[in-house]
Design a protein around this ligand. Structure first.
Ligand code: ADP
Length: 164
């Protein structure tokens, strides 16, 4: 039986930190669904379709990755694609409390799905979509933080800045 995992998130937008987790997850699982969850209370910069499109463009080279979006409970989504695992990335201790809460809830909702954590690559431990947006907004160089397609998309959102 194929080992299917879901890698959920806001991906607003996808960064090299996310991509690293996706690539490493894709080595362990037969199929990885990278899924934009569309029910976050966060205000997003990119629409769900834009986020899905960017993820597709930057994961094209990973054959066992599928990109999707979903509104609702992750536990239900995982069931709908026959996933037995959820992959999450961990950066710092500050991620831990939130992840523990979400994991416990997901286990309560669907005990057949196990959550796996992948520790961030040291070079990305400080990297988040929020910090990338902040730097991009004020024209800072983000070329080492996000793939080129994402940098261009951010440039499009913050047209007044020169050096993004
Ligand atoms: P969410 O809003 O669900 O936290 P994000 O898009 O911010 O979604 O992140 C999706 C997943 O990617 C989360 O598990 C998060 O911890 C992980 N992640 C984000 N940035 C990094 C990074 N730099 N290194 C490792 N994991 C990361």
């Amino acid at each position: 039986m194929a080992r299917i995992a879901v890698c959920p998130g806001s991906f607003d937008p996808i960064t090299f930190g996310h991509l690293d987790i996706i690539q490493r997850g894709a080595k362990v699982f037969d199929e990885v669904y990278v899924t934009v969850l569309n029910n976050s209370s966060k205000n997003s910069l990119f629409t769900v379709d834009e986020r899905v499109s960017l993820i597709k463009q930057v994961t094209m080279h990973i054959p066992n990755v599928k990109v999707d979006s979903f509104q609702g409970l992750l536990a239900d989504y995982a069931e709908s694609v026959n996933a037995s695992a959820i992959i999450r990335g961990l950066r710092a201790v500050s991620d831990f409390e939130y992840e523990m809460q979400i994991t416990s809830m997901n286990r309560l909702l669907n005990e057949k799905v196990e959550t796996f954590f992948i520790m961030t690559n040291n070079q990305y431990s400080f990297l988040s979509s929020s910090i990338v947006k902040e730097v991009a907004k004020y024209g800072g160089n983000i070329s080492e933080l996000v793939p080129e397609k994402v940098r261009e998309a951010l440039l499009g959102k913050f047209t007044n800045n020169k050096q993004v």
